[in-house]
Design a protein around this ligand. Structure first.
Ligand SMILES: [Zn+2]
Length: 276
């Protein structure tokens, strides 16, 4: 399953120490042109993807959201203001979720099925709140061995070779892809690691994942295809590396990935696994 977290380059958690939400209006929006590049790659390869759209962005580029939908991709929810869930209360999370849901659903006329938490910061109450608000799946779990600042939550594997899990209330969990090697789960689901690994290494790992597991999920952000994006000063060295590494080669790598493997949207993937 191919997923895109549709947000702006200045909304990334790694930059939040330098750029706060009240300043977002002062920066140039670039997601539109970067998303166009992705849409072109999807058309050329016959790929349908899932876009986890940030409500703040949807409000400002409604035409883009409608075009993504018209081209046959799935629209899903990434919240409104990209708040990291470890830093907000349950009520604040729900208010932010409902705000984004209303904006996006009013725009597309479809009810949203899927949600992804900013920076994979899932916490225990998320499945219940999503279920209560009509969502059918979450894709916020990135179950790598060295979890760092990613969240974790209890979900039962549905069994077999499937990577998909289910919560007690029936909501499905569609985790981001990992590669199991030497007893460890390595981050193999996209983003910064995809930019850092040489493409042949990534592809070899993905071939192993395909043999081992069903339901691999890949993610990318439009800003990861944008080497021209403004450079922010004052970042920590690791954040600078992870945000700016290999931006100029990402588009070519995504193109190769879409040629070598067949991807579908999350809802289509779940359907094919008999889960939606
Ligand atoms: Zn995000």
């Amino acid at each position: 399953m191919f997923t895109v977290d549709l947000e702006e380059w200045f909304q990334v958690e790694r930059l939040s120490g330098v750029i706060s939400m009240k300043d977002w209006e002062n920066y140039e929006m670039r997601s539109q042109r970067n998303t166009e590049q992705l849409l072109t790659l999807f058309r050329e390869s016959g790929t349908k993807a899932t876009f986890f759209v940030l409500g703040w962005v949807a409000e400002r580029v409604p035409d883009l959201i409608l075009r993504i939908k018209e081209e046959g991709h799935e629209i899903a929810c990434h919240g409104y203001s990209h708040q990291i869930l470890f830093q907000v209360s349950r009520d604040e999370f729900e208010r932010d979720l409902v705000k984004a849901k209303r904006i996006i659903e009013d725009m597309t006329g479809d009810s949203l099925q899927g949600y992804r938490a900013p920076s994979f910061s899932i916490v225990e109450y998320v499945p219940e709140v999503l279920h209560r608000n009509g969502f059918t799946y979450d894709s916020s779990l990135y179950p790598i061995s060295v979890r760092g600042r990613y969240g974790s939550v209890n979900a039962e594997s549905i069994g077999g070779r499937s990577s998909i899990c289910r919560f007690g209330n029936g909501l499905l969990e569609v985790p981001v892809g990992t590669l199991k090697l030497l007893g460890c789960e390595f981050p193999w689901g996209g983003g910064g690691y995809f930019r850092l690994y040489p493409y042949p290494v990534f592809e070899k790992g993905l071939q192993k994942v395909r043999r081992d597991k069903l339901g691999f999920t890949f993610y990318i952000h439009p800003w990861e295809l944008d080497p021209e994006q403004p450079r922010v000063k004052g970042l920590r060295a690791k954040d600078r590396l992870m945000h700016y590494a290999s931006l100029s080669t990402t588009i070519e790598k995504v193109g190769r990935l879409l040629t070598s493997f067949k991807f579908v949207s999350v809802t289509e993937g779940l359907k094919r696994m008999g889960l939606a």
